[in-house]
Write a protein that binds this ligand. Structure first.
Ligand SMILES: C[S@@+](CC[C@H](N)C(=O)[O-])C[C@H]1O[C@@H](n2cnc3c(N)ncnc32)[C@H](O)[C@@H]1O
Length: 263
């Protein structure tokens, strides 16, 4: 991602803050991915050290871990250790039950990680890394904060997401105004260099919204509509939507990575 194409943290925060009350209502894909990531995390043999969810938001991943724990499928480490909830947006943290239970930390990940996470046993993150201006650099930094034997568990949307939006923009001659998502290959290369990769998957999800208008409204409803680009004018937006096929679902590519620091 080019450094000029990122969104300042204050704007990212304002976008999520304004919609914090509605986030979970609209976060169906995020909830499904949190559930999947929790399944991969719950049985990990963690070494000593803190565990944290980076960009935890309202706490969907912690909720999934707790639910999987309660349903008897177990999470061997959660009760004893907890999962620190770290996020830029205090309005989301205020709605996060796990932050009250295990601690919430208001923190801007553009600054790297807080000192208390040095030698972490587990750093997990879902749908958050793409908001940082240099995702691959921050990911490398996260990997290096792990204790020997510590784990990284990551889910992040990649640059191969939303080809329908890009095609509609190209056909209508208007700029693509979405967030520039990180390339999967760059993130995979970082984890291969830094960790022993235990799982690496590029997952595709298609969601039917009934056209571009509803898809863009859904992103805004999540608080995730903030863009590094100036908004389209009303005529540009009309042209974009005219070229966006209503019967075609929008596809997301999600990169799932589980890796362990050698120890
Ligand atoms: C789409 S939400 C995902 C939240 C949660 N992980 C989930 O899966 O529901 C993105 C989250 O990343 C957080 N975030 C974005 N930029 C951040 C930054 N620079 N530092 C910390 N958190 C950030 C946002 O505040 C928001 O809670």
């Amino acid at each position: 991602m080019s450094p000029g194409a990122s969104v300042p943290s204050a704007r990212v925060r304002a976008g999520f803050a304004a919609q914090a009350h509605a986030y979970e209502r609209h976060a169906a894909l995020q909830r499904a991915i949190a559930w999947r990531l929790a399944r991969h995390c719950r049985d990990l043999p963690l070494p000593a050290g803190p565990a944290a969810d980076l960009g935890a938001g309202s706490g969907l991943l912690a909720q999934a871990l707790s639910q999987q724990s309660q349903s008897g499928r177990g999470c061997s480490w959660l009760e004893g250790r907890g999962l620190l909830q770290l996020d830029l947006c205090p309005e989301l943290l205020a709605r996060n039950p796990a932050a009250r239970r295990w601690g919430g930390r208001h923190w801007d990940l553009e600054q790297g990680l807080p000192a208390e996470l040095s030698g972490a046993a587990l750093l997990c993150s879902s749908f958050a890394l793409q908001w940082l201006s240099r995702p691959a650099v921050q990911l490398e930094h996260w990997c290096r904060h792990l204790a020997p034997g510590g784990w990284l568990a990551l889910a992040v949307p990649t640059a191969a997401s939303f080809p329908q939006w890009r095609r509609a923009a190209a056909r209508s001659g208007v700029p693509f105004t979405g967030l520039e998502l990180p390339g999967a290959a760059d993130l995979e290369a970082v984890t291969r260099r830094e960790l022993v990769v235990r799982r690496q998957q590029r997952l595709r999800f298609s969601r039917r919204h009934g056209g571009g208008h509803r898809f863009l409204r859904q992103l805004r409803a999540l608080g995730a509509g903030t863009s590094p680009h100036p908004p389209l004018s009303a005529p540009q937006l009309r042209r974009l939507l005219q070229h966006w096929p209503t019967d075609e679902p929008v596809t997301w590519e999600l990169l799932l990575l589980i890796g362990q620091r050698s120890g």
